[in-house]
Design a protein around this ligand. Structure first.
Ligand code: NAD
Length: 477
């Protein structure tokens, strides 16, 4: 991998660069990258138009062969890629290693599409007429990704975009570009033709401007915060570009009175505090039936205390650093405001001293009004609020009572409660007796309300976004 842009089949450095710090050791530079501007974005989009024309001529089975080869290359480099991810985004070793494997698995999953039916034939109502409809590539598509899953999210956008035959420009987060660049290197070496895959590293604003000025751009798939997504959509709306948005979350875990409290406590601790809560599907609100509130709180405190905080390079670490100093300030300030509003810190609540990085411990706050900021706004840190509830209508009202709708869980042994939750909670993914965090790439994934927009990512539904249907009507004369 090179710390450079990848455009038209070439690695290109720029005189303008920026440094990415290691969030666990902020004095250490984890990487130095090109600070691309509008021109670099436009150049990559032009290269993608040329590359798209070549790549669409390559049949889906051959595209699949390339994806398979890239998966094997990535696996062979797993230790190096894992180390780069840990250095840049502070993801604990076990999760970082698993994410690299997941990226390889996603490439193989979408390679499978190369051998699936690409369309269908139906009987025409007209004489001597053959009626078929078939998926076709869109052309040039842009992908914008966040830092928190620095290789899995680029993989789950790139793989369906490429297997569908598009020319792609990927703009990874400047807080963690290494995973995307490793992925691009593997795909290029595996045989994606020059221009079909481009990566531009740098800040978001100029890339957004390049998208507004680009000619022939057909689609943008964005994962990131709701605020940036809203801004992007407002800017691109007039150009009628197809948009897919995967945005923030304020995910709820509901503990019913009949739940296995020890198992639920483990799941909440993992979902809320693993990777320091920096997952779009992290648990951040916990609703507990009032009859088991005290017992559950005790079990949760014990399970949360058992989550080791520290050096993300260590196998045992579950909670690494926050991504940067401003995130640490933001998380701590939000907890202080919640306390000022009547919230009580049950566990954690202040930054970890004695470690050089941006560490904040697992934090549990109770007594917070469900309408207050800490229970409403995505914080992206290891903080959850605990709320007592007394019945199904109240629980579902609270579960649905935010602007988000990404992931939700109910822990129960009651089929009736589980079914009610599955039916009535507005979320893209609803779990029963599973953590809110965690995604399986073989089913559609994404949010509703202000958590997502457009055809879902992952599963075969990703192909709905990255391809068009072309219907062919052929009358034999
Ligand atoms: P972010 O919105 O700050 O940035 C995301 C990407 O957008 C980055 O590559 C950034 O450079 C780019 N960007 C910023 N401004 C832009 C602009 N004006 N035009 C074009 N691109 C621009 O998000 P982040 O901090 O990297 O990631 C955390 C957020 O992502 C959280 O809100 C989290 O919930 C969300 N997320 C959602 C999912 C999901 O699938 N729903 C998955 C992971 C993360």
């Amino acid at each position: 991998m090179q710390a450079a842009n990848f455009v038209a089949g070439q690695w290109r450095t720029l005189p303008r660069t920026f440094d990415r710090e290691n969030p666990a050791q902020p004095s250490e530079v984890a990487g130095t990258y090109p600070a691309s501007g509008v021109e670099e974005g436009l150049e990559a989009l032009r290269a993608a138009a040329a590359g798209a024309a070549a790549w669409r001529q390559v049949g889906p089975p051959e595209r699949a062969r390339v994806l398979h080869k890239a998966a094997a290359l990535l696996e062979s480099r797993s230790p190096e890629v894992t180390a780069a991810i840990i250095r840049e985004v502070g993801k604990p070793l076990t999760e970082a290693r698993g994410e690299v494997q997941r990226a390889a698995d996603i490439l193989r999953y979408y390679a499978g599409y190369g051998y699936q039916p690409q369309g269908y034939a139906v009987a025409s109502t007209r004489p001597n007429t053959r009626l078929t409809s078939q998926r076709v590539p869109l052309g040039v598509v842009a992908l914008i990704t966040p830092w928190n899953f620095p290789i899995a999210i680029p993989a789950w956008k790139l793989a369906p975009a490429l297997i569908a035959g598009n020319g792609v420009v990927l703009k990874p987060s400047s807080l963690g570009p290494a995973g995307a660049l490793h992925l691009a290197a593997a795909l290029a070496e595996a045989g994606v033709p020059d221009g079909a895959l481009n990566v531009v590293v740098g800040p978001g604003t100029p890339f957004g401007q390049a998208l507004r000025r680009a000619e022939g751009l057909r689609a943008v798939s964005f994962t990131g915060s709701t605020e940036v997504g809203r801004h992007l959509q407002a800017g691109l709306g007039p150009s009628l570009v197809r948009m897919q948005m995967e945005l923030g979350g304020k995910n709820v875990y509901c503990v019913w009175e009949d739940a296995d409290l020890a198992a639920a406590a483990q799941q909440v601790a993992y979902g809320a505090f693993g990777y320091a809560g920096q997952k779009c599907t992290a648990t951040s609100r916990v609703l507990v039936h009032e009859s088991v509130y005290g017992d559950f709180r005790e079990a949760l405190v014990a399970a949360s205390r058992a989550m080791p905080v520290g050096d993300p390079r260590e196998e045992r670490t579950a909670v690494g650093p926050l991504i940067d100093a401003s995130s640490l300030e933001r998380v701590e300030a939000a907890v202080r405001r919640a306390e000022a509003g009547g919230g009580r810190v049950v566990l954690g609540g202040a930054r970890v001293s004695g470690l050089p990085g941006h560490f904040f411990p697992p934090t549990i706050v109770e007594g917070v009004d469900p309408a207050a900021e800490l229970a409403q706004e995505e914080l992206f840190g290891p903080v959850l609020t605990l709320h007592p509830m007394a019945g199904l209508d109240q629980a579902i009202g609270l579960a649905n009572g935010t602007r988000y709708g990404l992931a939700a869980t109910v822990a129960t042994r009651s089929l009736a409660v589980a079914e009610a939750f599955l039916d009535r909670v507005d979320a893209g993914v609803v779990h029963v007796n599973q953590p809110t965090a965690g995604v399986e790439y073989q089913v559609p994934f994404g949010g509703v309300k202000e958590s997502g927009l457009g055809p879902k990512e992952q599963g075969w539904s990703a192909l709905d976004f990255f391809s068009d249907w072309k219907t062919r009507v052929v009358t034999v004369m």
